[in-house]
Design a protein around this ligand. Structure first.
Ligand code: ME8
Length: 473
């Protein structure tokens, strides 16, 4: 069975931060879990590189847009490598095959009569890459970027979204396309109901924004970022290039993102797919935005966390674990940096790491040949339901409880006092089986550490395992 999942493609106007890392780690945990279950997985991530925001950032650095994109896209790749992200493909919207497909998409939308040229006047926030209404402004400024929007008056091509809205609404309401969690589904349905979603502009005049894909039917216009960006999900898997590949992977099983881009993914994207007469994605899961120590993450506040700094301190595996264990996936929450140290020490150094050291040490000392048991099916099924609901925090919680129970078992059975060798083999075999189940469960979160434990257990003569989680200095 195939499983195709995606992260948003991130803007390359800056380097990756902990917010990007969070969604990407979540996707990686899912990808690794589904591969572990024997599924054929395609995990896509990448970067969103066109538009005014990128062009402006590039010129501030005195760089050409393409060179600037190359530089920053590379930073995302470095971060994902540091976090041991096992993506199958990294798409960049400046990739030639993607640009070619975007041209085809525009031509199709045009030929099908879904694009219309209109005069547009509006307030545009470059930071958001979207038009804002007067109501959205706070003291005349964009509430997110604290910048005055630019007044834009130009001829643009519009996508006739209104023609598709009733169908999109029905598809969402009937769960034919699933928007999860349910609060987000209701939010989108509410948004559609307000009638505030009009036809939207899909191009910009070249004279005002030149960094984009030129429209095939109007050389004076370039594509506006969202059609270009959203279509990455199909162009990455062979759309307009390799039909067999495309039919194998599309529709996507899961698009992951945070609430900031819900409207584009839950309304614009299905409408575009309908317009192109393509199958619809199956599920979108929308997680909350988190704050850092109670504050919105921002350069001015100075609380932007660099994922590479976390990896340097805790290692890749622990960073992944710490990110996902802080709060239930989906909720809007606060990341408390000081909790990372606490959790690292309690769950990893004193918890999992210590259990591995204790058990493998006792097995080596007593020269035990472990009797392996059949897999714990009931446990696997329980974990599978957590994955269905994307409750990573519960997978972690259960694993931590099982580590604690193993610790209690060792304290109670006191293998170091045991003189009966059959009994000792039985007790330590139980411990080894427990470690195996726990490590298999933790593998998607901590692939290198869990694999090291599984390798160690896989030997005929088990030796004391590695020091998995050194104490923090
Ligand atoms: O929106 N909390 O790119 P982007 C949680 N290029 N997640 C966060 C976060 C936070 N504080 N900050 C960022 C774009 N994220 C477009 C997407 S897709 C076709 C185009 C994560 O660089 C989260 O996944 O602004 C969010 O949706 C994404 O980064 C936005 O990344």
């Amino acid at each position: 069975m195939k499983y195709y999942l995606t992260t948003p493609i991130y803007y390359v106007n800056d380097q990756p931060h902990i917010g990007h890392a969070y969604t990407t780690v979540v996707a990686d945990v899912l990808a690794r879990y589904h591969r572990q279950q024997g599924r054929d997985v395609f995990f896509l991530t990448g970067t969103d590189e066109h538009g005014a925001k990128i062009a402006t950032s590039a010129s501030k650095q005195g760089m050409e847009p393409q060179a600037f994109c190359d530089l920053n896209a590379a930073k995302f790749k470095v971060a994902w490598q540091a976090l041991d992200i096992s993506y199958d493909k990294f798409i960049r919207t400046t990739d030639e095959y993607h640009e070619r497909a975007v041209i085809k998409i525009f031509q199709d939308l045009y030929d099908r009569g879904y694009l219309e040229e209109r005069e547009y006047t509006g307030l545009y926030c470059v930071g958001c890459e979207k038009f804002l209404t007067d109501k959205e402004l706070v003291d005349g400024l964009c509430p997110d970027h604290k910048q005055p929007p630019t007044s834009v008056k130009e001829k643009n091509w519009f996508f006739k979204l209104s023609e598709f809205l009733p169908r999109v609404r029905d598809l969402i309401a009937s769960d034919e396309i699933k928007i999860l969690p349910i609060t987000r589904k209701n939010e989108v349905l509410g948004l559609i109901k307000t009638n505030s979603l009009g036809d939207f502009s899909v191009s910009r005049q070249k004279s005002s924004v030149s960094w984009g894909v030129e429209l095939p039917f109007d050389k004076n216009q370039v594509s506006y970022v969202w059609v270009d960006a959203l279509s990455n999900y199909i162009t990455a898997v062979g759309y307009n290039q390799d039909e067999a590949e495309f039919n194998k992977w599309w529709p996507a099983d899961l698009h992951l993102m945070a609430q900031d881009i819900l409207k584009f993914h839950a309304v614009y994207w299905p409408a575009l797919l309908l317009a192109l007469d393509l199958p619809l994605f199956k599920t979108e899961f929308v997680h909350g935005f988190f704050t850092i120590d109670g504050q919105k993450m921002s350069k001015t506040v100075g609380n932007v966390i660099d994922p590479i700094a976390l990896v340097e301190k805790y290692g890749a595996d622990a960073t992944r674990y710490l990110l996902l264990s802080q709060f239930p996936f989906g909720q809007e929450a606060d990341i408390k940096a000081e909790l990372f140290d606490e959790r690292y020490t309690a769950d990893l150094a004193n918890g999992y790491g210590n259990a591995v050291a204790r058990v493998t040490n006792l097995i080596e000392k007593n020269d035990i040949t472990v009797r392996w048991e059949a897999a714990d099916k009931e446990w696997r099924e329980k974990i599978a339901t957590y994955y269905t609901d994307l409750r990573f925090d519960l997978v972690i919680k259960e694993a931590v409880a099982r580590i604690k129970a193993l610790d209690v078992y060792i304290n109670d059975t006191k293998p170091w006092q045991q003189t009966d060798s059959a009994e000792l083999t039985s007790v330590l075999s139980h411990c080894a089986n427990e470690l195996k189940t726990i490590s298999e469960t933790l593998f998607p979160f901590m692939p290198a550490k869990a694999a090291a434990v599984l390798d160690c257990l896989n030997n005929d003569k088990i030796k004391k395992g590695p020091n998995l989680f050194p104490r923090l200095s």
